[in-house]
Design a binder for this molecule. Structure first.
Ligand code: ZN
Length: 158
């Protein structure tokens, strides 16, 4: 299976059966993510205990790429420390914008590299990144994040 086929399989699978989808009653952190360009609108809720993300759930209305990205993100970050999750936010963002070549440069993205191809689809980059921006905002206790505007929600000026 080539990477394009794998990408399509993953998007279809997670879109049909999103993982960790729904509310989270015990959430300690939450954030709402908006991507007006596409209409993606998600809520992400986390339960962080002793610096570990021990529960995570998302819900909302979004396109297939955003939903698949959110679904895979929740699987990957569960059990991770806050620092590990933030590192993944930075790496995913770099990969999706083409700064990081996840197939040749070292990273911790694992199966998330399936999203590497979005860098060639400029209109989809924000869809794929939205859940990660929302995660970053939730961990920073920002209630709402939007991909709209000049402000980069992840910041990280160099
Ligand atoms: Zn979208």
């Amino acid at each position: 299976m080539d990477s394009k086929q794998l990408y399509q399989e993953v998007i279809l699978d997670h879109n049909k059966k999103p993982r960790n989808y729904g509310p989270l009653e015990s959430a300690t952190h939450s954030s709402e993510g908006l991507n007006p360009l596409c209409g993606d609108h998600i809520w992400l809720r986390l339960h962080v205990d002793d610096d570990h993300i021990d529960a995570v759930a998302f819900e909302g209305q979004s396109c297939a790429i955003c939903k698949a990205s959110a679904s895979m993100m929740t699987m990957v970050i569960k059990g991770k420390t806050v620092d590990e999750a933030e590192r993944l936010v930075a790496e995913f963002r770099s990969m999706a914008t083409g700064e990081l070549d996840a197939t040749s440069q070292p990273n911790h993205l694992g199966r998330l590299v399936v999203f590497a191809g979005v860098k060639d689809l400029p209109s989809r980059v924000k869809c794929a990144i939205l859940p990660w921006h929302t995660l970053h905002a939730a961990l920073a206790n920002d209630r709402t994040v939007s991909t709209e505007g000049d402000q980069d929600p992840v910041g990280a000026p160099e």
